[in-house]
Ligand binder design. Sequence first.
Ligand code: NAD
Length: 512
Amino acid sequence: MGVWEQNTMSERTLKNYVNGEWQNPANTGYLNVENPSTGGVIAHVPLSTPAEADRAIAAAKTAFPAWAATPVSKRVEPLFKLAALIRDNEETLARLIAEEMGKSLPDARAEIKRTLENTEVACGMPILQQGDKVIGCAAGIDGEVIRLPIGVFTMIAPFNFPAMVPFWFIPYALAAGNTYVVKPSEQVPCTMQLLTEYIAQCGFPNGVFNLVHGDKAVAERLMENEDISGVSMVGSTRVCRIVAETCGRENKRFQAMGSAKNHLVVMPDAKMEEVVRNMITSCFGCAGQRCMASSAIVCVGDAVYDEIVTRFVEASKQVITADPLDPAVADEQMVMGPVISAKAKEFILGMIETGVQEGATLALDGRQNGDRHNFPEENGVCPHFPRGHFIGPTVFTDVKQGMAIHTTEIFGPVVVIMKVDTLDEAIRIINEHQYGNGASIYTQNGHYARKFKLEAQAGMIGVNVGIPAPVAYLPFGGMKASLYADIKTQGKAIVDFFTESKVVTERFWPED
Ligand code: NAD
């Protein structure tokens, strides 16, 4: 029986899953996992030692040869079972995400749908992993590309998508014949714990999949251990750089997907009512803590700027800031939960103060924002949950390129609105920004859209779509300081990361 079933919901002590067994790790202590809405403790997560990471890697290494030699059609059988378990437990998983991470239930359900979608796409590995063959590269000589599993892979996860982000990698790595060690974010370890309970029921051989809880000490060991073939890391660009340096030095494969500041460009011909509705979900969904959240609106022309400022500020006031599990609001589409922690809240409040000092206009102050369920009534304190980390929607206008509130990833419900005269100027602002994860344009004009698609330096482009996060069968990943990698994640793209493309050149002489 898994840990989750043995513990009450109020006090759970998490365990590692190594070589097919749940283990109480030797550890350097436990961290409290908080519900960010209430400040209540919902679990205790062990801070495993590097030796625990080594043990999991050793188990994965031992399991690798037999798993790699298992026919791909057999390797995907447990993944079909896993997909069914995720589908059957979608609501349980979504509620757990809302509880430990604080995003709204509709957002959490959407996250589980994408988690499931990635599992289903990986079930297509018998097709995805197929190689190529050229008959007759030269006289009597054939060329062949074969995609082979490589070894033990690992992933270091961020807090904002506790299920979906690990599943950008895990199902593909396993289906391709590799073995795996995952380290969830120590801030939101419960969802991956529950998913591991499902994985444990699917019939993977011992050691093929392992879970090690912990913080940066475990993450560092996972990167440095010589038996790790590749690292997928998603989180801040600060940590991406560490991953890139460490893995580059050790000659390991890596993908590190980092921070973002996503821009929304509004053209004069855009459908303003639809645009504003779309921008609100992009900017304030998940309290602005999506890597694809938009946080900078660039209006082309005075008239667009005036109209967007008025409409956007008004619409922002309608966002319901609340505990996403409060039954009174749980099924509302535009509920915004808390930010992840007291530390995150302090940083965001500091950035709001910076914006004021820089001379931007604070058109909507989320620190003091009272309305229906708009909890942060005074200085971000929610009267019902004074220990929750709530900040209301916050909007700055008159923002200039280069202000810290524009250059910095704030990762909270803070939006900056800027004015330019031309589309070229808007694209220049995007291209001069250090990050390039996503960018969207709102227009009905095909020429503007085409120019934007081709010229805006962001890995994921939206045309009248404010969150241009690709579905599981298309590649996901940014540009510039948002991505330290050559290979993006999801779909066909990730198969290249998890396989070695060996090229065979062969001939056979005729029998004498
Ligand atoms: P984070 O960088 O603080 O932590 C991410 C992971 O790295 C955690 O598991 C943490 O334990 C580990 N870690 C922290 N310090 C480390 C170190 N010195 N060495 C090795 N590992 C270390 O990120 P976070 O706050 O959990 O997540 C939010 C960030 O993730 C935002 O910047 C967001 O934009 C980014 N993100 C990016 C994408 C994307 O696709 N580009 C997706 C989701 C989140």
